[in-house]
Design a protein. Structure first.
Lengths: 93, 751, 157
């Protein structure tokens, strides 16, 4: 099952737990399962069925396009990190 | 993929394809664009750093002979509360629009307020002075710590701090707070034999590209908008203009002209939507150019920052814990690069216990824009100075302590992700082996310093199309504007696949109607991602050519192999044909061949750099002179080594300027008092020695040739390297940038 | 509108006539009136050297010269440097040394280097750095530019 690394500023939802392993084949499924285990966390990550501006998803250390449809491997490690540049344009020079 | 092998084209140094145009003055940059009936636009800018706009009266300007149109924020569509979707990121549309033309408030000196189109630039300039703007002047906030205070004047009445999705109740100048945490920092510091903690302050600096921003726009009668401009990304211009004008992207064509430097500063749009508004209003093409003062005062600098770094180590040099506090000035609207600064600050090291807090804070300065490894140089100035101090206090060689703690494959970065194959150790080893590091260095007031830096590099979308010519050459169509020789580095990767010389590729950078979506030239991504797309396109050409050879020889495709530019039959027949000769047969074997490649690769490889610098400090004047400079960097694979060296040298020199001279100097009212190249002093060639660029190649497994991207990381180490060299020279730790003569004299107790 | 003056001058060996306002700089005249856009505007106040041209044998920032001042004089610009089928040796050296990245400062550097080598065909590295200090480049760190000029000097020695 994929492992979600909970951002430090969201660990109050998980009682301080840093890594949570739970089922899901897409980012959406993982977040939904996270929400049913730790209510309130989805609202911090998503709005209107998309990821909030300012939040980026890394799967196995690689920055994704930030889509909830993104596929997640069974042994994947998922990070929710602050989007680079505060959400402005592209994380680029 | 990516193992060491011999290449025919990669690693050679051909003349760049656009070279002749650029040494003869023929290359057309944005400001060189001419068109029949062209009008000239100029922008009126705020004289105040912080003020409410009470009224704008444009009637005198409109009546001035030669004036054809005046626009203000009223001519922009109502932004409302919408979030602009700019592909990957999302941004408050009102902030985006207000930075183009201020609606209710001006938030920095130089903030655009109105614009005029006239029959000559001089008339447009004169007409700007006839626009009457009534302001209610407000107190400015010019420094990040001041802006974070509870009673600081607010720039935005509705801005509230967000922390990973949670929004605070009260308005604040702090737009966001981020945090990364690894392990147990408290425990880590308890295990340390030595703890060093210092505060650092860095100034506001500008990208300093020599070509000012420019844009020419024309609206056809059918509603088709065309924009000719210098930009790092034609597609991002299209997206931003579409959002700001609320206009469909299908009706906007952006034609990228040659670009005179960007370094991150030519991604955000400023005058492009203004040119479009003026073109709409006048029905004529309008060219808007910025002056140098406009560029300094009205376009993105990179943030000033306040940084606190604390690191602990055991007496044998093992770093046990690290803590950082980063407060970055976003300028007028949120979006400082504190995120990447926080991701990069401790990335050269493998540290188990880390906590990093970052704050994005608005102040009354221009909205900051990316600048070469945005955020990382500020951060590294702090962390690399502290590492140097720990090494000195423990009496360990500064490279040895870095090697002892060096990040390697499999280590976890403080922000979470695990490092793939990286070249941190190899870069440090190469630095240690360089003769510069062991050269004598003992004279009075002479010093040597080292520092390392990390930048993650990015991938993103690129598209390339290849058309095969009958004479054995190919035309390569790309969407990446060429700021430093990327036509060559991309063409060379296609040439390598097809076994043809680099000179047999004709690369063209084309407009947004003529190539697939391509993200900006930036993020050290162009040779990596657009090169990857060129590789894919060339692979498609190769596959199609193999099919043609099979057809010619009446054999199965599986019986055709391609190596060293020759197709040959491997089963039965003794057939062979070169790429060039087969190209001549395209007509007979089925017609033209086109190959295309589109990528959005996730495997951008992080880049490490370590710099060594020798300085001498003039005790009487406080001036620091750079005597010798060596910059070592992992490029993954250097496609065109000359332009890799060029990136390293250029980045190092921008860092030297940042370290020693460059800063926005403000008066109490918030006016930049040095908005010219005379007073904002960038390095000249007389200020510098040769810069020895040393390329290390640890191939990136995420690219077919191992490319990592090279543009950004060379600006990360210089500030700390020079500070450490100054310490070695005079025994004073400099913690404020720039380390200008006045600050040196103060630090030495001379004034 | 200001009344225009008639000016006759020599540009790259050709006699040229143009009309310009008194306030127009030589840079504006070259770029906007004569469409010789090789000289670039980087600062318009003489600090970056991107607009460098040679006026009666002397290197000038064309943004600091008025168009009307060129009456009866001779102007050399980047457009006049190459032969029809051959680049000038300085242009070749810039290409061979990869002495340009974005290229916006390149015409100015090449004209500046030409003015130096015309008067001092074999300069030292320090002399080159001193002479070229009036031209700003933000991309290259100057290393390869200085090497290109050294190469030309070596070849002519």
């Amino acid at each position: 099952m994929p492992t979600v690394v909970i951002p430090p500023l969201m660990r109050k939802f998980t009682g301080g737990e840093e890594n949570i392993t739970l089922p899901g084949a897409t980012v959406r499924e993982v977040i939904d399962n996270l929400e049913s285990r730790h209510p309130g966390i989805k609202e911090r990550l998503c709005e209107e069925d998309r990821l909030k501006p300012g939040i980026a998803i890394y799967i196995n250390g690689l920055l994704t396009r930030g889509s909830l449809l993104e596929h997640v491997d069974a042994d994947a490690e998922i990070h929710f990190l602050p989007a680079i540049g505060g959400g402005m344009a592209k994380p680029s020079d | 993929m990516a193992e060491k092998k011999e290449y025919k084209v990669i690693g050679t140094r051909p003349i760049r394809h656009d070279g002749v145009d650029k040494v003869t003055g023929r290359a057309l940059y944005g400001a060189d664009f001419q068109m029949t009936g062209l009008l000239h636009g100029r922008v009126l800018r705020s004289p105040h750093a912080h003020a409410r706009i009470i009224s704008i009266d444009t009637s005198r300007a409109e009546a001035y002979p030669g004036v054809k149109g005046v626009v203000t924020a009223k001519d922009l569509p109502d932004a409302g509360d919408k979030v602009a979707d700019l592909g990957e990121g999302a941004v408050n549309l009102k902030h985006l629009c207000d930075n183009i033309l201020a609606s209710d408030k001006v938030l920095y000196k130089g903030h655009a307020v109105a614009a005029v189109a006239a029959t000559s630039p001089h008339i447009a300039e004169e007409a700007c002075t006839l626009i009457d703007v009534e302001y209610e002047v407000l107190p400015p906030v010019l420094e990040v710590r001041q802006a974070m205070e509870a009673d600081a004047p607010l720039l935005h009445e509705h801005l509230k701090t967000t922390s990973m999705g949670e929004t605070a109740d009260e308005p604040s100048n702090v737009a966001s707070h981020i945090q990364h945490k690894l392990g147990d920092p408290e425990k880590g510091f308890a295990e340390a034999d030595i703890v060093v903690e210092r505060d650092f302050v860095t100034g506001t600096v500008h990208q300093g590209y020599i070509e000012p921003h420019n844009a020419t726009a024309h609206f056809n009668q059918d509603g088709q908008l065309t924009i000719w401009c210098s930009t790092q990304g034609a597609f991002t211009v299209r997206e931003q203009v579409a959002e700001i004008l609320q206009y469909p992207i299908s009706k906007i064509k952006v034609v990228p002209m040659e670009i005179g430097g960007g370094f991150g500063g030519k991604i955000s749009v400023y005058i492009k939507p203004v040119a479009a508004l003026l073109a709409k209003k006048t029905g004529k093409p309008v060219k808007v150019l910025m002056s140098r003062a406009d560029v300094f005062e009205g376009t993105g600098p990179t943030p000033a920052s306040y940084i606190r770094v604390k690191m602990g180590a055991t007496k044998d040099g093992k770093i046990t814990a690290a803590e950082a506090y980063l407060a970055f000035e976003a300028g007028a609207y949120p979006g400082a690069p504190v995120g990447p600064g926080a991701m990069c600050i401790f990335a050269p090291y493998s540290i188990e216990n880390v906590v990093i807090d970052g704050y994005d804070v608005v102040v009354n300065k221009p909205k900051t824009a990316p600048y070469r490894a945005p955020g990382a140089p500020n951060a590294a100035f702090g962390s690399e100075s502290v590492v140097d101090e720990i090494a000195e206090k423990l009496d360990i060689d500064p490279l040895e302590i870095r090697l002892l703690n060096a990040a390697k494959e499999g280590d976890r970065r403080a922000d979470g992700p695990i490092h793939p194959r990286i070249g941190c150790i190899e870069t440090l080893e190469a630095t240690k082996a360089h003769p510069h590091y062991t050269a004598p260095n003992g004279k009075k007031h002479h010093g040597r310093g080292v520092a390392s830096g990390y930048w993650f590099n990015i991938g993103l979308e690129s598209s390339v199309t290849i058309n095969v010519n009958s004479d054995g050459t190919i035309n390569l169509i790309e969407g990446s504007t060429d700021i430093g020789g990327t036509r060559a580095s991309i063409a060379m990767q296609a040439a390598e696949v097809l076994g043809i010389p680099a000179e047999s590729v004709n690369p063209s950078v084309v407009d947004t109607n003529s190539v697939g979506y391509t993200a900006v030239t930036g993020g050290s991504r162009t040779t990596y991602a657009t090169g990857y797309a060129a590789y894919e396109a060339a692979q498609e050409v190769k596959r199609k050519m193999i099919a043609r050879a099979a057809k010619l020889w009446e054999v199965n495709e599986a019986n055709v192999q391609f190596a060293d530019g020759e197709f040959s039959c491997i089963n039965g027949k003794e057939e062979q044909i070169s790429f060039r000769d087969l190209c001549a047969q395209l007509g007979q074997t089925g017609g033209p061949i086109v190959g295309s490649g589109t990528v959005n690769p996730g495997g951008a490889g992080g880049a490490y750099a370590t710099h060594v610098v020798d300085v001498v400090v003039d005790e009487e004047t406080g001036k620091v002179e750079i005597l010798r400079y060596t910059a070592v960097q992992d490029a993954g694979r250097a496609i065109h080594p000359s332009y890799v060296e060029g990136q390293i040298q250029g980045g190092a020199v921008q860092g030297i300027g940042w370290a020693l001279n460059e800063e926005y100097i403000y008066n109490a009212e918030g006016t930049m008092t040095n908005a010219s190249f005379l007073d904002y002093r960038m390095p000249t060639c007389l200020d510098l020695p040769m810069i020895d660029a040393v390329i290390v190649e640890v191939p990136n497994p995420g690219h077919p040739y191992g490319v990592r991207g090279v543009g950004e990381v060379p600006i990360v180490p210089p500030m700390a390297a020079i500070a450490n060299a100054i310490y070695d020279a005079i025994g004073v730790r400099m913690t404020e940038l720039p380390m200008s003569p006045d600050r040196l004299l103060k630090a030495m107790g001379k004034i | 509108m200001a009344r225009k003056s008639h000016v006759q001058t020599t540009i790259n060996g050709e006699t040229v006539e143009f009309l310009c306002e008194s306030r127009q700089s030589l840079l504006e005249v070259l770029r906007d009136e004569l469409h010789l856009t090789g000289a670039k505007e980087g600062c318009n106040n003489g600090n970056c050297g991107a607009c460098s041209v040679i006026l009666d044998g002397r290197l000038v920032n064309s943004c600091l010269v008025l168009g009307v001042e060129t009456e009866g004089k001779s102007v050399e610009t980047i457009e006049g440097l190459a032969e029809p089928d051959k680049l000038h040796p300085i242009q070749d050296a810039f290409l061979e040394n990869a002495a340009l990245q974005c290229g916006i400062c390149t015409p100015g550097f090449i004209m500046s280097a030409k003015a130096l080598l015309d008067s001092n065909p074999n300069p030292t590295e320090h002399e080159i750095r001193y002479w070229l200090a009036g031209n700003l480049c933000r991309c290259t760190g100057y290393d390869k530019i200085v090497k290109a000029v050294l190469d030309v000097a070596k070849a002519s020695a």
